[in-house]
Design a protein around this ligand. Structure first.
Ligand code: GLA
Length: 392
């Protein structure tokens, strides 16, 4: 990551505008560089035009492919993962993330399919928070609350892209101007997606600011490990390494309590199907219309560790989510209602995708007991999450 850090500090505003893109063509068995792990060298990255936004900005797609056949397509609009193809237990490679085939559809209406979410992933009560006695007002775009960065969050802006050839990585950059969407400070953000040869997609986030601000970035992919988006995700088995979760009110704002998961439908310490308890009589499940909650992950301050897993028995696909974040939101596609078009034809029905969004807790700026989301000038916000795929 040193290269990344260095290039970040050297970056001028101009260099945000455009980068030279190179397509890689290393061959198997190429041993020219001793330091570069063979695994990273094998990833190939290709670029193609994806579309043009309603306000005439060019959007490109980048496809990262490793030697195992795992393939990830990312577009510069919203840093969206538009497809993620991984093998099942028979070696059949299929797409496991919901999305759209066209940019126009993403622009028209998307429940954050595959997107980078910022400046603040999740909700901020009444769209208000204070820093050093100054109150800031954000868009209330989710009932009475602020959600996922506002009207035009990081999911709807066009990022600058740079291919990091030697690392099998795509580096996306975005400068969010002071008071954009109501947030203070010019916030420079870099998100680096890295595909590894052991079928992991790593997401590394970095931000700096010139004025005290808040930041909480996440990735909003909807997974359906079956590869068949007409199926619900209710029989996917989920494990969440958390002894407690964060109860919310009817508008999904934390009550402030951290509740033990033991003897509740929120106990995923041992893997169980999403559908096992999702419809039991429970006030929290009513508030979320299913699972739409943040879990208080175990082993905080231990750096990157296993936070959650998902397993689809029929396909054998297994996903592990590693992160250094204190929380993870499990959202079970409760708002999918059969109105949005599926890239596989038809529409996305109720609960046909689930999200595991690593993050700080919802409404942290207004909850003094929660881990801080404040970023000061001179500091660098850094966080990493890795989605690793295998079969069993
Ligand atoms: C998040 C929220 C959900 C919902 C989805 C997008 O996961 O927690 O309530 O808004 O995004 O539909």
């Amino acid at each position: 990551m040193n290269v990344l850090k260095r290039s970040f500090y050297c970056m001028t505003l101009l260099s945000f505008a455009y980068f030279n893109i190179q397509c890689k063509g290393e061959k198997k068995g190429d041993n020219t560089s001793e330091e570069m792990p063979q695994s990273k060298k094998m990833v190939t990255i290709s670029k193609a035009a994806f579309g043009v936004t309603a306000d005439s900005v060019q959007v490109d797609s980048y496809t990262l492919k490793n030697q195992q056949g795992m393939e990830v397509q990312i577009i510069t609009y919203g840093g969206i993962i538009t497809s993620l193809k991984v093998p099942n237990k028979a070696g059949v490679i299929e797409d496991v993330v919901l999305g759209y085939p066209t940019l126009a559809q993403y622009e028209k209406s998307s429940p954050y399919f595959g997107a980078l979410v910022g400046r603040y992933g999740n909700r901020i009560a009444k769209g208000k928070f204070s820093l050093d006695g100054t109150e800031y007002t954000l868009a209330t775009n989710n009932g009475p609350n602020h959600l996922h960065g506002g009207e035009k969050g990081f999911d709807k802006v066009v990022w600058s892209a740079e291919v990091l050839d030697d690392e099998g990585a795509l580096k996306l950059s975005y400068l969010s101007k002071d008071m954009e969407e109501g947030y203070p400070g010019n916030l420079k953000t870099i998100v680096t997606y890295t595909l590894t040869e052991d079928n992991a997609l790593e997401v590394f986030y970095e931000s700096t600011t010139d004025k005290k601000t808040i930041v909480n970035l996440t990735q909003h992919s909807y997974f359906n490990l079956s590869g068949d988006f007409s199926k619900t995700i209710l029989d996917h088995e989920i494990m969440i390494n958390a002894d407690a979760f964060i109860p919310v009110d009817k508008t999904l704002i934390p009550t402030g309590e951290l509740k033990e998961v033991a003897n509740t439908p929120f106990d995923f310490r041992t893997a169980k199907p999403i559908g096992q308890d999702i419809d039991v009589e429970n006030d929290q499940l009513k508030n979320g219309l299913g699972y739409d909650h943040c879990w208080v992950l175990n082993n905080q301050n231990q750096g990157i560790r296993l936070t959650a897993t998902a397993f689809d028995k029929a396909s054998g696909r297994f996903m592990e989510v590693f992160s250094d974040e204190p929380g993870i939101q499990l959202y079970t596609g409760n708002f999918l209602d059969g109105t949005l078009p599926s890239k596989q034809g038809g529409t996305y029905a109720y609960r046909t995708g689930f999200c595991l969004e690593t993050q700080h807790y919802p409404d942290s700026p207004n909850q003094k007991e929660f881990p801080s989301v404040v970023l000061n000038p001179g500091e660098t916000y850094k966080t990493k999450t890795s989605f690793k795929f295998s079969t069993k």
